[in-house]
Design a protein around this ligand. Structure first.
Ligand SMILES: *Cc1c(COP(=O)(O)O)cnc(C)c1O
Length: 413
């Protein structure tokens, strides 16, 4: 049973958001003379438009609260404490009711996206190994599967770390314990002593989920010093609702942190990555030099829009936890329908049974089909796969036209 996440009516949502904005600074009345901030320019964005009274997200955008910093620990900018409290509740919903953490035992914030949240995790662990284990930069390596998002390579480049990739099997997109073990052995041979390990909860291209036990068994067997981050940028608002025995939660003591992207499966505005981590780690990314920020800054981004946090919170509480299960259930049904049709046609594809991504073998897909249906390749130069992502707007009626098109081209394969 959900502990924090409750379904709310539109009226309740409005009351809560407007009350929160009221607790934030009022630039019209208060002596707000020292902050480089104000409402959106009212020559362009009318502050009094009557429809704003019915539109809590747009109202928040116009009031433009800054959510700089991390609001689950220490102090935060008191100018925006009303809306910070809503972000805190959002973090708690994700950490406790989606990822099975204990109440108040996780920190987190709304990042610009999955890329930032992944970099934030890797940055924290790099600093952790350097501070707590006296590691040098060259001692620390990132380990992730070959199907991982390229933000791992970005993080490695920015943080001067090496990346070692675990091979995946072509047809199943799976990693094996032996694969993990040989990746560790290779990294150790290159002098690496501490490992930042990334486990995917749905990869971008395939929706595949890494076998976390294969990872942790190999790491423990090789007696490694490691920290484990779960990249749920794609799957965070999906997989926990389709897999009842999800091993990727805070109940797994090997896991320290998660990335979830609300701007993918949760259909929220861009700029809504969610970073979550067990208490006791955020401070490894503290920039004490951020002396003008009340409460200091433990995040990569700096200033960020509070409206983003409000949007994700609104989406989750309007649907409610049971509504969310139903939403995902419908997408699962449609995905199963597509797979059944492909099966009957003898078209090869990959799908994780708990995911809404169907990745079709490129040899069954003509170039015209790719353009007509907006399919996405794994590699724009040399495509081996094309994916269909079953989102809210991807109805069975639309999928039916695709299936007919693929069926019509079978003799040319
Ligand atoms: C999309 C994605 C990212 C990056 O997220 P952005 O929000 O685009 O920065 C990271 N990891 C996975 C698995 C993704 O699907």
């Amino acid at each position: 049973m959900p502990q924090v996440w409750t379904k709310k009516s539109q009226e309740e949502i409005k009351d809560i958001v407007f009350a929160a904005i009221d607790k934030n600074i009022n630039y019209d009345n208060d002596g707000a003379l020292g902050v480089p901030a104000s409402y959106l320019d009212d020559k362009i964005f009318n502050q009094d438009a009557s429809f704003l009274k019915e539109a809590p997200f747009l109202y928040t955008l116009v009031k433009n609260p800054n959510h700089i910093g991390c609001h689950t620990l220490g102090k935060s900018e008191s100018f925006f404490e009303g809306t910070h409290a809503i972000e805190r509740e959002l973090i708690e919903i994700c950490a406790v009711d989606i990822l099975k953490g204990e109440l108040h035992q996780q920190d987190g914030y709304v990042a610009s996206g999955g890329t930032e949240a992944n970099i934030q995790a890797i940055w924290i662990y790099r600093n952790f190994f350097m501070k707590e284990h006296g590691a040098a930069l060259e001692d620390v390596a990132i380990i992730c599967s070959a199907d991982s998002h390229y933000s791992m390579d970005k993080a490695a480049n920015l943080l001067s770390l090496s990346v070692h990739k675990i091979p995946v099997e072509h047809a199943t997109r799976g990693i094996s314990q032996e694969g993990v073990s040989s990746c560790i052995a290779e990294a150790k041979a290159a002098g690496k002593k501490h490992f930042i390990v990334i486990c995917n909860m749905m990869t971008t291209m395939f929706g595949s989920v890494d076998d976390v036990h294969a990872m942790t068994n190999a790491l423990v067997a090789a007696d490694c010093s490691f920290k484990l981050h779960v990249d749920g940028a794609y799957g965070g608002f999906y997989y926990p609702f389709t897999e009842d025995e999800n091993p990727l939660t805070f109940k797994n003591t090997h896991i320290t942190s998660f990335t979830l992207d609300a701007h993918k499966m949760a259909q929220s505005p861009y700029g809504t990555g969610v970073f979550l981590i067990r208490k006791g780690y955020m401070h490894y990314a503290n920039t004490q030099e951020a002396s003008y920020v009340e409460g200091e800054d433990y995040t990569l981004i700096g200033s960020r829009s509070g409206a983003n946090a409000i949007a994700v919170w609104m989406i989750l509480v309007k649907n409610g936890p049971y509504g969310w299960h139903e939403k995902v259930f419908i997408l699962q049904k449609r995905t199963a329908w597509l797979c059944q049709q492909l099966e009957e046609l003898g078209v090869s594809y990959f799908r994780n049974p708990n995911s809404n991504i169907v990745t079709i073998d490129a040899k069954f897909v003509k170039e015209e089909t790719v353009h007509q249906f907006g399919l996405v390749p794994d590699d724009h130069h040399e495509p081996k796969w094309f994916k269909v992502v079953v989102m809210e707007h991807v109805s069975i009626e639309k999928l039916e036209v695709l299936v007919k098109d693929i069926a019509g081209n079978l003799e040319t394969v």
